[in-house]
Design a protein around this ligand. Structure first.
Ligand SMILES: Cc1cc2nc3c(=O)[nH]c(=O)nc-3n(C[C@H](O)[C@H](O)[C@H](O)COP(=O)(O)OP(=O)(O)OC[C@H]3O[C@@H](n4cnc5c(N)ncnc54)[C@H](O)[C@@H]3O)c2cc1C
Length: 452
């Protein structure tokens, strides 16, 4: 390696950034890494996206935590790259910069009425119930009947959290204020609408089954919506996951309506696409159109319309990345243009020392595990480039003048405060949500030491 002791910056301490750091340290034992994160806490969507009733997935943070404790990683939370510090400043100070900033916005759904009060994006709702510091502290949960639009696992998460009784979440890390508001929700019916048919939905079979595993919540499926056309028959013959999903839906459709007495109901509607939201001052309903598949499996409208009275609509139709100032961004695809992780300029040429990994590279699809193989590809190219690079004198530490970074010890103090708040309530952790409060805990020990 021509660069004897490479210094690498990684932007974003979600799973993609942390896995990239782990793989890089393994490949280049002399490398040191500065890991920048705009929030006071690391872990990205594992902390602020994964649903609180999925503790097994949340536990992935234990493995990520171990990586962060490595002596050659310096964690620098509470630093917004593109705001507090420019990407070019990082490129001048490091031998390589990996952008791993993920995705945090909702894809827009362009139908009439979408901007009415009572129309919400899933990303915003998820950020609220997961206690994201930048999310609003209160959520309007006044409706008795709501619609969720989407055919993927985020739509299932949103449906489950809306329908679940707050008492089922008290053992989780959910902030108290969220539990209180969910507990006061008058909700009775959640209508989950998928544009696709039963053999084409993107739900995972396991997450779908979870809908019916909640206390005092019934899942209702209309058998008429499960009729399989030729395309669906082909799909279930080919893919076992789709077979399992159709089997689950069929079992639910066969349940006796007389036994469906729960206080809350999830109505699963397939082959329906939203046409418009109804209401003048706020959402009072939604108009849906029945869809069908053509011979190639594409969804087409049938012209058959139906209206549902709902007081809120949640769109879970996809996430989208926020561009980072100074890093090229393909607005149409919503990703950083790249060749296997090397970021490309407008002419399609690799930009020296700039790389991307995770959802900002691939788009917002795939589970946490897939960010690992993705990071391996990006790191492989970074290492190739380091091997070919000249040793140069780099600029001084670009954030030495910024006093507000939260380092690993600062994060450990936030972590300890959350565990202590959880212990007071008989659970493992209760999340802190206010940025100021998190920062106060992060700095506490330094302040105590300074005061001594
Ligand atoms: C609602 C939801 C539920 C999910 N549930 C599951 C699940 O149950 N199981 C599963 O396997 N996968 C789940 N996923 C998918 C999983 O979260 C993603 O695969 C994974 O988080 C993507 O990792 P990432 O590091 O690319 O992005 P992210 O997790 O988004 O991390 C990016 C990090 O970069 C930081 N950042 C952004 N901009 C800047 C900046 N300018 N400067 C500094 N830092 C910045 C962000 O704050 C964030 O911490 C879920 C996703 C969503 C949206």
């Amino acid at each position: 390696m021509t660069v004897a002791e490479p210094r690498i910056a990684i932007v974003g301490a979600g799973p993609a950034g942390i896995y990239a750091a782990d793989i890089l340290l393994d490949r280049v034992p002399t490398a040191s890494i500065d890991l920048f994160e705009k929030l006071p806490a690391p872990y990205g969507l594992v902390r602020y996206g994964v649903a609180p009733d999925h503790p097994r997935i949340r536990k992935i943070t234990d493995a990520l935590h171990e990586v962060l404790g490595h002596p050659r990683i310096r964690l620098r939370c509470n630093i917004d790259v593109g705001g507090d510090i420019g990407i070019d400043e990082l490129r001048a100070a490091y031998d390589g910069v990996i952008v791993a900033t993920g995705a945090d916005l909702d894809v827009r759904l362009d139908i009439p009425g979408i901007d009415l009060p009572g129309s919400f994006g899933a990303a915003d709702f998820v950020a609220w119930y997961d206690g994201h510091p930048d999310a609003p502290r209160t959520w309007p949960l006044a409706a008795e009947s709501v619609a969720v639009l989407g055919a993927g696992n985020v739509a299932l998460d949103v449906t489950r959290i809306l329908a679940t009784h707050a008492s089922a979440l008290t053992h989780t890390d959910t902030p108290d204020a969220v539990l209180d508001q969910l507990g006061a929700s008058p909700l009775r019916d959640v209508h989950l609408f998928a544009r696709r048919g039963p053999a084409d939905v993107r739900f995972s079979a396991l997450e779908l089954r979870e809908l019916a595993e909640q206390d005092d919540v019934d899942v209702i499926v209309d058998a008429d919506e499960l009729a399989l056309d030729a395309h669906a028959e082909r799909m279930i013959a080919q893919f076992s996951q789709r077979r399992t999903i159709v089997r689950t839906l069929t079992e639910w459709a066969a349940l006796d309506p007389a036994d469906r007495t729960a206080a809350r109901r999830i109505h699963l509607h397939l082959r329906q696409r939203p046409v418009r939201l109804l209401g003048t001052g706020r959402v009072t309903g939604i108009e849906m159109e029945r869809t069908a598949s053509d011979e190639l499996g594409r969804m087409v409208g049938t012209g058959e319309l139906r209206r549902y009275d709902v007081g809120a609509v949640y769109r879970a139709v996809g996430y989208r990345s926020t561009p980072v100032a100074g890093v090229p961004f393909d607005d149409e695809l919503g990703v950083v243009p790249h060749a296997e992780g090397r970021v490309l300029d407008a002419a399609g040429e690799p930009i020296p020392r700039l790389y991307a990994t995770g959802w900002i590279k691939r788009g917002p699809v795939g589970l946490i595990g897939s960010t690992k193989s993705d990071a391996a590809q990006t790191v492989r190219h970074l290492v190739e480039d380091l091997e070919a690079a000249e040793e140069v004198v780099r600029a001084e530490d670009p954030i030495a003048h910024l006093g507000h970074a939260v380092d690993f010890d600062g994060w450990l103090r936030i972590d300890a405060a959350e565990r202590s708040a959880g212990a007071d309530r008989g659970r493992e952790r209760t999340k802190l949500v206010e940025r100021e409060e998190m920062l106060r805990h992060a700095k506490q020990e330094q302040m105590t030491e300074a005061g001594r």
